[in-house]
Design a protein around this ligand. Structure first.
Ligand SMILES: [Zn+2]
Length: 272
């Protein structure tokens, strides 16, 4: 294609050290490039192509269709807005990271983009859970406020840990406290005093299991570790993780839709 400057792709050994983060991906590395050339890489195949589109296409889909499906009614619009931003945030940082990671700015630009990617994951963990906290403790205003504040503080710690972590394992561990907190909320809903739609608990648990599975697949480097080079372009651990993250967001959305519908007809005991 005349308008497109398609560069010769590099092998693992020829790529800059800060891009050598998966030794089982042997070929298909883009050379160091300007911002414009990074953008051009949207239009030819390389080993980040699948990573860009597995989050790029869902981003566009969420951007347009999520607002249409949410019930923007009186008293619920802030829950809808927080939930909408939560669903969008991990795909935005991810797409920017994967498009521009080979930018000529080098390791400094790479580290900034990786922090942005991690920040997006932190935001879905934080913003995505706040409506769940609110609804679970709907009838206990003081506990609700305390839980919202505690979760926000835990999230700040998680954001700090995740954006400064030096390994995938440490990044996953940064989210552990938030996950434990959510598990506590789910226990409150399961036969306890917690409020919320009876059918959303299963959806939220599936959400967390899919996200955990994605993190573990990403750390394990399966399947490429069993056949280095075979999964350079498609179906490697990072792409599988991307797909699991999207499935996790879809379950979060389904759970929130159940809760919002339930919320419209529910009244706390002693009210009304
Ligand atoms: Zn990614």
């Amino acid at each position: 294609m005349a308008f497109l400057n398609v560069p010769r792709l590099l092998d693992f050994a020829k790529t800059p050290p800060h891009l050598q983060f998966n030794k089982y991906v042997l070929t298909g590395y883009r050379p160091v490039a300007t911002a414009q050339d990074c953008l051009c890489s949207l239009f030819y195949l390389h080993n980040e192509f699948g990573n860009i589109y597995t989050h790029g296409i869902p981003f566009l889909f969420f951007l347009v269709f999520l607002p249409l499906s949410l019930p923007w009614v009186e008293g619920q619009w802030w829950l809808c807005l927080v939930h909408y931003l939560a669903c969008l945030s991990p795909t935005v940082g991810s797409v920017l990271y994967h498009i521009f990671m080979n930018h000529e700015g080098g390791a400094h630009v790479y580290d900034t983009l990786l922090s942005l990617d991690m920040f997006g994951v932190c935001l879905v963990n934080t913003l995505g859970a706040l409506p769940i906290v609110h609804i679970t403790l709907l009838c206990y205003p003081v506990s609700r406020l305390a839980a919202m504040l505690s979760y926000t503080l835990l999230s700040a710690y998680g954001i700090y840990s995740a954006t400064t972590a030096r390994s995938n394992t440490r990044r996953l561990r940064a989210f552990a406290w938030q996950a434990l907190f959510r598990l506590g909320l789910f226990l409150l809903r399961w036969g306890g005093p917690g409020a919320g739609s009876p059918s959303s608990l299963r959806l939220f648990l599936t959400m967390d299991l899919l996200a955990l599975l994605g993190g573990l697949v990403n750390i394990s480097r399966v399947p490429e570790r069993f056949h280095p080079g075979l999964f350079d372009y498609w179906c490697n651990s990072h792409q599988i993780m991307h797909v699991l993250v999207i499935c996790s967001i879809v379950y979060l959305h389904w759970g929130m839709m159940e809760d919002l519908a339930w919320l419209r007809t529910f009244q706390c005991p002693g009210e009304g």
